[in-house]
Design a protein around this ligand. Structure first.
Ligand code: SAM
Length: 380
């Protein structure tokens, strides 16, 4: 069994994991962790480098009491002839990290094993520390999970940790302009993984953030378009791709990309509408945006229906925060009802439900606009 430590938008993380490992069976989840069985380590290690929403993955087993856990760690420690360096993270109600770390240290000392835990200030180990101390290679990063609902305790040994350096490298070199209004790389990866295609088209490509991630995930082909020539130029430059075109999504009749190319998925952030600030956001302005966006998406989806597009679409639509309440883009639901079939993103588990229509929500506290993400197919 394998434990996935989840990103802060845990429902999105779970949706991604279940799409990437469709045979996986949920044993347990909460807001921080997901345990799956029916998956094997080889598949996990092959696919994990491209997961956006998992912080680390561990192989887990169940133990009846803490002594069994200490024995297991002591066994691992005695395999080393150098000082045993390890990390421990705990989740759940019955575990106190400080107590565990001091007990393990004492336990190992009694067995004449010298050890050093890498935890700082008695808090869970960060990805940076796991990478810096090479704990995955040393097989010595552990995670303990307990719950009020079970007697057993789970102990996991980390087999993979997210490449945080890779993310910062990809951000490095992007100009300041690029950072503004950019789709976060992790969210791009999750949307691409939820679509699970190989030939990806972004019809609102903007600066190309999503397509850059698709390239990093070694997708077989990428295509992009935008109605702003500057964006087309920038995406072409940022991706080095020749498949970036100038197209208005309201008038795609001239767009014969689907005749010429095999496209199995449309993955896009979509147009979020005019950028609003705390000073100028109002119900009136939101209504105008909704009207314009409704026209845009009606034309876009009816065109996809007219060409019998058969692939998967993962698209985000905006919702807004005004007076501490969310204002949803309800009009889009009618449009989707007319042209699309909403695809299940995860099993219909009520705890995973984020919205009425089982879409996923993503919003940062500081932003006025959020994204509601749907997985769709065209009704043909
Ligand atoms: C939210 S941005 C996408 C940003 C992109 N995901 C990124 O991270 O760079 C939306 C893009 O949609 C484009 N757009 C808006 N209306 C459009 C239309 N009718 N047809 C094509 N592109 C459009 C805008 O020019 C903008 O670049």
């Amino acid at each position: 069994m394998f434990l996935f430590q989840l990103w802060r938008e845990y429902k999105l993380s779970i949706a991604e994991i279940l799409n990437v490992f469709p045979d996986g069976n949920i044993v347990f989840f909460d807001q921080k962790n997901l345990i799956l069985d029916h998956i094997d380590e080889k598949t996990i290690l092959e696919r994990s480098p491209y997961l956006g929403g998992s912080i680390k993955i561990s192989e887990v087993s169940k133990y009846r009491n803490y002594d069994e856990i200490y024995d297991y760690i002591a066994e691992r420690a005695s395999e080393k002839w150098w000082k045993f360096q390890y990390g421990l993270s705990v989740f759940g109600v019955r575990s106190d990290l400080k107590k565990q770390l001091t007990t393990i240290k004492k336990y190992l000392k009694e067995k004449s094993i010298s050890s050093r835990f890498v935890n700082q200030d008695f808090s869970n180990v960060s990805s940076a520390t796991i990478i810096g101390e090479k704990l995955v290679q040393k097989w010595s990063d552990f995670t303990l999970i307990s719950s009020r609902d079970w007697w057993d305790i789970w102990l996991g040994k980390t087999i993979w940790v997210q490449d945080i350096e890779g993310y910062s490298k990809r951000d490095y070199g992007k100009s300041r302009d690029m950072q503004i209004g950019m789709l976060p790389p992790k969210l791009s990866q999750m949307m691409i993984n939820i679509a699970w295609g190989e030939h990806i088209y972004d019809p609102f490509c903007g600066l190309g953030s999503l397509l850059i991630e698709a390239q990093n995930m070694w997708k077989q082909s990428i295509y992009g378009s935008d109605f702003n020539p500057e964006m087309v130029q920038l995406t072409a430059k940022n991706t080095g791709s020749h498949n970036i075109f100038l197209f208005d999504a309201r008038d795609m009749a001239e767009n014969n990309i689907f005749e010429k190319q095999t496209i199995d998925s449309i993955v896009t952030e979509g147009f979020l509408g005019e950028i609003m600030t705390k000073k100028n956001i109002s119900h009136e302005r939101i209504s105008i945006q909704k009207k314009n966006l409704s026209k845009l998406y009606t034309k876009f989806f009816s065109w996809l229906q007219s060409i019998w597009f058969d692939g998967v679409m993962v698209i985000s639509f905006p919702f807004w925060e005004l007076e501490k309440k969310y204002v949803y883009f309800n009009e889009i639901y009618d449009i989707l009802e007319k042209y699309c079939k909403i695809q299940d993103i995860f099993p219909k588990n009520s705890e995973l439900r984020a919205s009425k229509l089982w879409s996923l929500l993503y919003k940062r506290d500081t932003q006025l606009v959020g994204r509601e993400i749907f997985k769709l197919k065209i009704k043909n």
